[in-house]
Ligand binder design. Structure first.
Ligand SMILES: *Cc1c(COP(=O)(O)O)cnc(C)c1O
Length: 464
């Protein structure tokens, strides 16, 4: 018999978590105005709000915390990180930043420009992440989504739903002059389409096309290691390669990367930009000094740079990724077995529950995915996050509600943090909600909302 995967680590330190009673959960979610972001973490039993900065560090990473060199310039921790980025990703130049969006801010200041310098410019890519899109639009440029159409059908099984449609990309390259396209951003894995990977063949083709049109190609690489795992396990020709070989090949096609280290860096905070071109690196240095900090710390403590240098190594080991992606799929299969419709194939960092199929009787005006998130908290103290109408927000011009194609409840799994018993518990809680789903006919209405980014602070009440 083939032995199954199991975690390539054991637990040395534990963090107790409290399992609130039903009476407490009811009182707390009401006091939180039915907004899951308003709950205190102590009121949550299993927290699947995000996989960002919530992973567990290893003993080797904690050792680096003690070894951290906090010198302002030229700290040894900086050089440890520089060496790791050069060795694992293959980039000779890098700048630390305090997190991923800061890397975007610095890079785009140099490549798109500052103020409204982005007017008339476009940045094509595969479903840009919110902060990426935010930093593009903040400069009055436009993000153009060139993801393949298959990505938008939740039940369709396609191994690489993060792929770019080359015809869509070439249409953008043909329509706009070279100066109007400062860069193309390829997000690996594609967070916004459900943690779906991009194939090596697609990466190669996007790079070739971009080179042909002289457009720089950058990777938004928060989950690059999970992407490499999917290439190894799904794409022909890669099964015998190590994750580190695949990672080196992936990045060999990029001019540079932005990174949120809170994901596949397995640290609690941090980010960076890496470059091949010294001239662009130099331009970014100025913005880094203004926005982040001196070029050898960029908003990160030395100890965190040290921990990140180790995290990059650990995240690019096959056994770790097999357990990581395996745990996400384990939860996905459990839910599928209970007849719950989730996005297929299972992503690298999260399971997305199709809330419209789960609660068909809740009207779309009453926030279906949010309603499911509240019911899951009520049932078991589990916190997910709504990816639906609340997040989609109103149209900035007409102020009408925008109803997205999908109402999803995202269950993001922190790295190395929960056990499969926790996954069993989550699946049981959701199955219990499913059993009484026929009786859930009403959702929620807005009591108060902010003019933008309302989902973080919105206050709701049960629909009358
Ligand atoms: C998280 C994330 C970012 C932003 O990074 P932060 O560290 O949260 O600022 C950018 N792109 C992707 C794909 C992400 O997942």
């Amino acid at each position: 018999m083939d032995l199954p995967w199991a975690e390539p680590y054991r637990i040395k330190t534990i963090e107790p978590i409290y399992r609130p009673s039903r009476v407490e959960r009811e009182a707390w979610i009401k006091a939180a105005q039915y907004n899951l972001f308003n709950l205190r973490s102590e009121q949550v039993y299993i927290d699947l709000l995000t996989d960002s900065g919530t992973g567990a560090m290893s003993s080797a990473q904690w050792s680096e915390i003690m070894l951290g060199d906090e010198s302002y310039a030229g700290a040894s921790s900086y050089y440890k990180l520089k060496d790791a980025i050069e060795r694992i990703l293959g980039f000779p130049f890098f700048l630390p930043t305090h997190q991923g969006r800061a890397a975007e801010n610095v890079l785009f200041s140099a490549m798109i420009g500052v103020g409204d310098a982005g007017q008339g410019k476009v940045v094509p890519g595969n479903s840009h992440f919110d902060t990426t899109k935010g930093h593009i639009e903040f400069r009055h440029a436009k993000a153009i989504d060139c993801t393949i159409d298959e990505a938008f059908d939740t039940e369709l099984d396609h191994p690489f739903k993060g792929n770019i449609d080359l015809a869509k990309l070439e249409a953008v390259y043909k329509k706009y002059p070279r100066q109007a396209i400062p860069l193309c951003v390829l997000t690996i894995t594609c967070n916004s389409s459900g943690g779906q990977p991009v194939s090596m063949a697609n990466i190669k083709a996007v790079a070739a096309l971009s080179r042909q049109y002289h457009i720089p190609l950058f990777f938004d690489s928060a989950r690059f290691a999970e992407n490499a795992y999917f290439i190894k396990t799904r794409e022909t020709g890669y099964s015998d390669k190590t994750i580190k070989q695949i990672v080196r090949e992936m990045f060999s096609y990029a001019d540079g990367v932005t990174m949120s280290s809170k994901k596949d860096g397995i640290v609690n905070i941090g980010g960076f930009i890496a470059f091949r071109d010294q001239e662009l690196f130099r331009q970014c240095c100025t913005f880094n000094i203004m926005f982040e900090g001196f070029i050898t710390y960029g908003g990160m403590a030395g100890r965190d740079m040290g921990a990140l240098s180790v995290g990059l190594d650990e995240a690019t080991e096959f056994d770790y990724l097999e357990a990581r992606v395996g745990q996400v799929a384990y939860l996905g299969r459990k839910l599928t077995d209970s007849g719950i419709v989730v996005q297929r194939p299972y992503g690298g960092h999260a399971i997305f529950v199709d809330a419209r199929k789960f609660l068909p009787q809740v009207p779309k005006e009453q926030f279906i995915a949010q309603t499911l998130g509240i019911e899951l908290y009520r049932e078991g103290g589990v916190r997910g996050v709504e990816i639906g109408t609340l997040l989609a927000d109103r149209d900035p011009e007409t102020h009408q509600e925008r109803y997205p194609a999908l109402e999803l409840l995202r269950l993001a799994i922190p790295r190395r943090t929960y056990t499969n018993s926790h996954m069993d518990y989550i699946a049981a809680a959701l199955a219990n909600v499913k059993e009484r789903a026929g009786g859930i006919r009403k959702g929620f209405v807005i009591k108060w909302e902010a003019p933008i980014m309302r989902h973080f602070t919105v206050e709701l009440s049960p629909a009358p």
